[in-house]
Design a protein around this ligand. Structure first.
Ligand code: SAM
Length: 283
């Protein structure tokens, strides 16, 4: 049977979202390589960087740049080409496209146009980090990168503080210690895990309280890539209302003011002030 020429296809092509390695170039699936070899075009975040991966796997498919500065405009051009019959694969510099990386615009446009979107699963730093962290991994929230300014980070973390699931963030090496200091300030000495350079030579997991991890990182060469994970506010689950009431009564009997008793319990158990305050009103 003769193959139809790709360019003469009548029906719409497909959009593939192909996950690529996050460091170790061997972390790519057979299927990903096959798809990258057979599509008509690869839309890559950085064609120079992706060239190294494509060379390793004898992938000679033409590339076109698709990054955060041109993704809106390129999404239209690329979906037109898919509609005309071409198959296109989107890849990012590392990991899964669309996860803190470009892809959203082309996916959105493809959904609107009824284009078939096929994810080709593979590495993502957040998932690898979480799986090996030792923290609760059944439920978690992934937030991508934190806001840039200290005030915004504090405001953001004030909300994260009471979440009972593990929180996962991406962070740059320049800001990892600064961010941990802010986490300490907002969430007290919570358990955290910092995953460094996953799948690479200097892969390392730093586990402990924020203070302990900061100490470990201070002695480290802070080059590379990092994922920060914060354990959930478990204590707020563990301490029940009756215990809080008993503790408050005890503290008041010892002569403490209601205000400082509430504050001490909030600090000790890392729980919402409102909750303790409400219980204190029953006394
Ligand atoms: N799309 C990617 C994914 O699926 O993981 C994420 C891309 S995002 C632009 C890059 C951030 O991911 C880095 O700043 C770092 O926080 C994290 N990251 C990527 N590769 C990593 C690695 N090998 N080790 C630790 N963190 C990594």
């Amino acid at each position: 049977m003769a193959y139809r020429s790709k360019t003469k296809k009548q029906e719409s092509g497909k959009l593939y979202l192909v996950a690529t390695p996050i460091g170790n170039l061997e972390d790519i699936t057979y299927r990903a390589v096959k798809i990258l070899q057979k599509v008509d075009i690869i839309a890559a975040e950085d064609t120079r960087k992706s060239g190294i991966l494509l060379d390793k796997y004898d992938i000679n498919t033409p590339m076109l740049s698709y990054h955060k500065f041109n993704e809106k405009e390129r999404a239209g051009v690329l979906t037109d080409r898919i509609k005309a019959g071409e198959d296109i694969a989107v890849i990012s510099d590392a990991g899964t496209p669309g996860i803190s990386d470009p892809a959203r615009e082309i996916v959105k446009k493809s959904v609107e146009l009824g284009i078939k979107i096929i994810p080709i699963p593979g590495p993502s730093a957040a998932i690898s980090a979480l799986a090996a962290s030792g923290l609760e991994s059944t439920t978690f929230s992934f937030y991508g990168f934190l806001p840039k300014t200290e005030n915004k980070i504090i405001k953001f973390l004030e909300n994260v503080k009471f979440r009972e699931e593990t929180s996962v963030f991406y962070e740059s090496p320049r800001r990892v210690c600064e961010t941990l200091k802010i986490i300490k300030q907002v969430m007290n000495n919570r358990e955290v895990v910092v995953a460094k350079e996953l799948t690479k030579i200097y892969e390392h997991f730093f586990r402990g309280t924020v203070e302990a991890v900061l100490e470990m990182l201070n002695e480290e060469n802070l080059k590379g890539e990092f994922v920060i994970m914060i354990s959930g506010a478990e204590n707020s689950k563990q301490v029940d209302d009756i215990t809080i009431k008993e503790l408050l009564e005890e503290m008041l009997q010892q002569g403490m003011t209601k205000k400082s008793a509430v504050e001490q319990i909030v600090e000790r158990y890392d729980i919402r002030k409102n909750r303790v305050y409400k219980i204190s009103l029953e006394i």
